[in-house]
Design a protein around this ligand. Structure first.
Ligand code: PXP
Length: 255
């Protein structure tokens, strides 16, 4: 259980755009301007319900969030904007123009349904492109989405990344099975190593209303980024209630 601070909740709203694109991918300029749902409204309602930040992933294939969304969000949000993006030159250009509070660098594979694994920082170190340095110099807090592995944390430190986000997908998949304990231990060990290295620890992927309690028992956790589960519950309860429910679950787990 974190001894220091409360754990922040970043709400990933990508899937509100997935729903919009399912109908309006090629019709943005038609339909009398009536396009639904609007991810910006989902974001603002999430903030009202207590989200500490809003996360969006601008994917190379623009399958959900569009360029226009991120600029509208930038003007509208009152909390923090966390832009997830691949390590590509055109994305860097957009991020430097947008200047969100935070950027999370993620791997990207066109064929994946969602982000399947963490970044391989060996590649980032060798190909470089100075992503961390260029974004940090622009005042953007950079986070690296990595698997909870000691060698990746070491490379994150080498890259002077102030934040890592541990991929919790393997833990989420193992939840309730024989493998849960070892996956949780892998995360716990990684959180201790990152904290000792002076790196802020975030976590995300596959976190839901059932496993969030266990995730919150990890040491030194600063922020959780949660999307699919909150958006799924929002279909039944509305986004505000879904965010409040997740906030309550986090608060219960840490009180
Ligand atoms: N964090 C990162 C870096 C991600 O890529 C994703 C998925 O887009 C999430 C968090 C949220 O994952 P989920 O939708 O499974 O909650």
């Amino acid at each position: 259980m974190p001894s220091e601070n409360k754990i922040l909740l970043g709400v990933n709203i990508d899937h509100s755009a997935t729903l919009r694109q399912a109908r309006y991918r090629d019709e943005e300029k038609t339909c009398g301007g009536f396009i639904e749902p609007d991810p910006v409204l989902i974001a603002l309602r999430s903030e009202l319900a207590g989200a500490d930040g809003i996360t969006v992933h601008l994917r190379e294939d623009r399958r959900h969030i569009q360029d226009r969304d991120i600029y509208r969000l930038r003007e509208s949000l009152s909390t923090r904007m966390n832009l997830e993006m691949a390590c590509q030159a055109d994305m860097l250009e957009i991020a430097l123009d947008l200047r969100p509070e935070a950027v999370c660098l993620v791997p990207e594979n066109r064929r994946e349904v969602t982000t399947e694994g963490g970044l391989d920082l060996n590649r980032l170190v060798s190909e470089d492109g100075d992503f961390v340095q260029k974004l940090s110099s622009a005042g953007v807090e950079v986070s690296l989405f990595i698997d909870p592995e000691p060698n990746q944390i070491e490379l994150a430190q080498k890259l002077s990344a102030p934040v890592v986000e541990f991929h919790t997908g393997s833990f989420a998949r193992s939840f309730g099975s024989a493998g849960e304990e070892s996956e949780w231990e892998r995360l716990r060990n990684a959180a201790e190593i990152a904290h000792t290295a002076g790196i802020t620890v975030n976590a995300g992927h596959g976190i839901n209303y059932r496993n969030v309690d266990r995730v919150c028992q990890l040491p030194h956790l600063n922020e959780l980024n949660i999307g699919h589960s909150i958006l799924s519950r929002a279909l039944l309860t509305g986004i505000e209630q879904a965010v409040r429910d997740m906030k309550s679950a986090i608060d219960r787990a840490t009180s």
